[in-house]
Design a protein around this ligand. Structure first.
Ligand code: ADP
Ligand code: MG
Length: 460
């Protein structure tokens, strides 16, 4: 059921209950009014009749006097006067006023009062002329009450209908913007451009519109960010593949070629009977194979560094460092990492922070020295990567996703991350803090037994 129908139904219910209640009160007051009117009429009528007969002059003909008295009550709204002879037969009867209003039978039935009859005591001068009787007739009063009630209920009904009509119209107007809001919500997921709602209209709705627009704004920003992240991941993968292909081509290719050449020369030596040259050729082939083995091992190490579970944090970081050392032999890399595990998730996070910080230092900083330090303290783990490169000074520096990604990872553990300029010299310091939850602390405590002192690797 729509909000509009629910509200209208509630108002109709309240109106009906009010009308019923009003009708009940009107009924009780009408009933007592008719009763009081009849009582008053009979009291007044009796007094009038008694006074009239008491004042009768001796000279006036008593029977004429009674005729006149009956005629006095002609046109009365509530009483009928009757002159009866001693045998109970009607000699004269007044004609009460007729209301001329049509009152429904059912209403007359529920309001009608039992007829009351009063016999007026006649003085002795009227002896032998019979009796004078007054009777109530509530029809005129009922007509009047019906009229009043009808008018009151008609006005109430009109009022209720008007109020209902107004509420219906106003609700329609007030709720129409909600349709617009619902439509905009639908569009968020359907169309490419995030919709915006003009912030106009009633103050309450303007607040909702503003909230919607802010939400839409944030959503579209997040979408853009997501898209760029996906693109970046694809680029990184592409770069990694290209790196691997280049390595295979540049490092393995020449050795394979030299093995091929040496193998051919051995065949030639056999053919030509130069058996003395064969051992030196075999030695060169073995040297080439040794080179290739070392290089394949290094490549595998790089490929496997992501799968930390297999090799452990220290080895994974070692692999990472070897990769950079081989690429930049002139740069000095210092590493200090405790030989333990902090749990798979934390190990992954530590590794990713170091990986991205090293990437940044080498890609953007061109440093002579890079220091990586992981310190396990009672409250948590601190990770620091320090370089002495150009620092964060380039005017072309654009915010990337590497730092944002690190921040998100760290925030997942309620930790903090800071990327700042070095105060002692040029270069950047990345420091992250990961507070240790009780469970992780427990896990690391168990591993404490295996823990060795921090190892320091250095290569100039
Ligand atoms: N160690 C660093 N030395 C110099 N500049 C840095 C360093 N780390 C980050 N930056 C600067 O901060 C920017 C943002 O880094 P990041 O969020 O990782 O994005 P990306 O590496 O994809 O550019 C980099 O483009 C770079 O200009
Ligand atoms: Mg980066």
């Amino acid at each position: 059921m729509s909000l509009r129908s629910t509200l209208i139904a509630s108002i109709v219910m309240v109106a009906v209950v009010t009308l019923l209640f009003g009708a009940a009160i009107s009924y009780w007051s009408a009933l007592s009014k008719v009763r009081e009117e009849m009582d008053a009429a009979i009291a007044v009528g009796s007094r009038i009749a008694a006074n009239a007969v008491d004042d009768a002059e001796e000279s006036l003909d008593p029977s004429r006097r009674l005729h006149l008295l009956v005629a006095d009550f002609d046109g009365d709204r509530h009483l009928r006067a009757t002159w009866l002879d001693s045998a109970g037969r009607t000699i004269a009867k007044s004609t009460p006023a007729t209301s001329g209003k049509s009152v429904p039978e059912w209403f007359q039935d529920i309001i009608r009062q039992p007829e009351r009859t009063v016999r007026v005591k006649l003085p002795t001068v009227f002896d032998g002329l019979g009796s004078f009787v007054l009777q109530t007739d509530s029809r005129n009063e009922i007509g009047e009450v019906w009229d009043q009630l009808f008018n009151t209920l008609a006005i109430l009904g009109l009022l209720c209908s008007l109020v209902l009509g107004c509420v219906y119209w106003l609700l329609g107007r007030a709720l129409r913007p909600l349709d617009r809001l619902a439509e905009s919500f639908n569009q968020i997921f359907k169309s490419e451009d995030t919709p915006r709602i003009p912030e106009t209209g009633p103050a309450e709705l303007v607040k909702v519109y503003r909230g919607f627009n802010e939400m839409a704004e944030r959503l579209s920003k997040m979408e853009v960010k997501n898209r760029r992240l996906t693109e970046q991941i694809a680029t990184v993968q592409e770069e990694e593949r290209a790196d691997l292909a280049r390595d295979l081509h540049d490092e393995i290719g020449p050795f394979l070629f030299s093995v091929d050449v040496d193998a051919a020369s051995i065949a030639r030596c056999v053919d030509e009977g130069k058996h003395a040259d064969i051992p030196s050729r075999v030695l060169t082939i073995r040297e080439s194979i040794g080179h290739m083995q070392r290089h394949v091992k290094e490549l595998l190490g790089r490929l496997r560094s992501a799968a930390l579970i297999d090799v452990g944090l220290v080895d994974a970081i070692d692999n990472l460092m070897s990769f950079w050392r081989n690429r930049y032999p002139a740069v000095s890399f210092e590493v200090s990492v405790p030989d333990c595990s902090f749990g798979e998730e934390i190990d992954q996070t530590i590794f990713r922070i170091i990986q991205e910080s090293l990437n940044n230092a080498m890609r953007h900083g061109n440093p002579d020295k890079v220091e990586v330090e992981v310190v396990d303290s009672p409250g948590g783990i601190s990770i620091t990567v320090r370089d002495d490169g150009r620092g964060l000074v380039d005017a072309n520096d654009t915010p990337g996703f590497g730092i944002a990604g690190m921040r998100e990872r760290v925030a997942g553990f309620n930790g903090s991350l800071e990327v700042r300029q070095r105060s002692d010299k040029n270069g950047v310091v990345v420091s992250a803090w990961l507070p240790l939850a009780a469970s992780l602390e427990k896990e690391s405590n168990e591993l404490d037994k295996k823990r060795e002192r921090p190892v320091l690797h250095e290569q100039a």
